[in-house]
Design a protein around this ligand. Structure first.
Ligand code: ZN
Length: 286
């Protein structure tokens, strides 16, 4: 519980609180992808790789630029924690916070996933989402959030007063990345970053602003699909929280594997060009 306010409200408190918000980053000024050009290719995709993500584990795979990737709910409601990297330079990676600032708390059809500074460019474009019907529910919840971080053993250790649990998404992603790249454990752990919470249903409580989760509405057959704007290394953990209806950071929840499908497209989307790295000159006024 947060402490009650100790400052008396000023006389004009109601007027100050009644000021209407403005959107920080109007998407009208953001270059938007031509979604129809991407979707025009979807009838002729060729499945070239499938990867199974075991429950309470993670898997890593590559998605070449111009390929599509589907993250599939194959057996039962299950949340996936996704990391994305530039295959050729792991220092360029998915930037959850800036993607959130640009596209909102939850992402879906037509949204682009941005990379870290100084590259900051779209590295993936969401081209299909079978949960797009969900929108926002009465609690303010929605799916595929970029507000959570990833469940991790450090937070678990704090909240459980010393607990040691090794199958949080952070650890699963660390193991998968280390196994895939051959890099040492500590180096791999340092590359793991805040995730896209695939299928997870989350929001903030209206009264206390706390991060909440609820049972994912995902069902077998549902998928989230993205187009790789650059050569990607992807890594996804099947969260130990399962559908995240009750708890994570333990072996208590029912968990399911997830399926990854990589598809080759017959050609590039019409008018598509590879996204250049960010145009800021990097001098920072110095
Ligand atoms: Zn997790």
């Amino acid at each position: 519980m947060k402490p009650a306010p100790i400052t008396e409200a000023p006389a004009d408190a109601a007027a100050r609180k009644a000021v209407k918000p403005v959107v920080c980053y109007p998407v009208e000024s953001l270059p938007r992808p031509d979604l129809s050009a991407y979707r025009a290719l979807r009838d002729d995709l060729e499945l070239v790789e499938t990867v199974t993500v075991p429950p309470r584990e993670a898997a890593a795979w590559q998605v070449p630029a111009g390929h599509f990737c589907r993250l599939v709910c194959s057996e039962g409601p299950q949340v996936g924690d996704l990391n994305l990297f530039n295959l050729h330079d792991l220092s360029e990676r998915f930037y959850s916070g800036k993607t959130r600032a640009l596209s909102g708390t939850h992402v879906g059809l037509g949204d682009q996933l941005f990379s870290s500074f100084p590259y900051m460019r779209p590295i993936a474009t969401i081209t299909h989402d079978t949960l797009d019907w969900y929108g926002f529910d009465e609690f303010g919840g929605s799916v595929h959030d970029v507000i959570g971080t990833r469940c991790d053993p450090y937070t678990h250790n704090l909240l459980s007063h010393g607990g040691q649990y090794h199958h949080c998404c952070h650890s699963n992603l660390t193991r998968a990345l280390a196994n895939h790249t051959g890099m040492p454990r500590e180096a791999a752990a340092a590359h793991v970053h805040d995730v896209l919470n695939v299928f997870m249903c989350t929001g903030f409580t209206r009264d206390t602003g706390q991060y909440f989760m609820k049972a994912s509405p995902v069902r077998p057959g549902d998928y989230l699909e993205f187009f790789a704007e650059i050569d990607l290394l992807a890594c996804m953990s099947a969260c130990p929280g399962g559908d995240c209806s009750s708890e994570h950071s333990s072996d208590a929840a029912v968990c399911h594997p997830m399926l990854v499908e990589v598809y080759r497209a017959p050609r590039r989307p019409e008018g598509w060009t590879p996204p250049p790295v960010n145009g800021y000159d990097g001098s920072h006024g110095m």
